[in-house]
Design a protein around this ligand. Structure first.
Ligand SMILES: Nc1ncnc2c1ncn2[C@@H]1O[C@H](COP(=O)(O)OP(=O)(O)OP(=O)(O)O)[C@@H](O)[C@H]1O
Ligand SMILES: [Mg+2]
Length: 97
């Protein structure tokens, strides 16, 4: 049975991204299959785990949310065997609209 952990806080600069990246990496090192989903248009969790910087991933969570790309096609491998990444896109700024 999987678990979903959301790291969210309305306040900026309080360590959300740092927590998400390090928590995901720590779980992966413990050999727990982990998918880090970056839902922030800043895409810092994406670049922080070796993904394309600047939200430039061609297949990304925004295109998944828009039903343009199947989720399985957007997941990237990382340097850690148990850690996968669903990268963000700068386009997420428009996702709420
Ligand atoms: N436990 C910590 N101790 C000291 N500094 C930290 C800690 N966690 C994060 N930081 C630093 O605080 C700054 C903000 O962290 P981070 O980018 O993770 O915050 P955030 O909540 O994701 O910000 P934003 O709202 O911009 O997305 C960074 O420079 C980060 O290195
Ligand atoms: Mg952040």
């Amino acid at each position: 049975m999987g678990h979903i952990i959301a790291v969210a806080n309305q306040k900026g600069g309080v360590g959300k991204t740092t927590t998400a990246v390090n928590l995901a990496a720590s779980l992966a090192v413990m050999e727990k299959s982990t998918l880090l989903v970056d839902l922030d248009p800043q895409a810092n969790a994406t670049s922080g785990t070796g993904g394309p910087p600047g939200g430039d991933a061609e297949r990304n969570i925004y295109r998944v949310l828009m039903s343009e790309v199947p989720v399985a096609d957007a997941v990237l491998e990382t340097d850690l065997p148990f850690l996968h990444l669903l990268p963000a896109s700068g386009d997420l700024t428009g996702a709420e609209i």
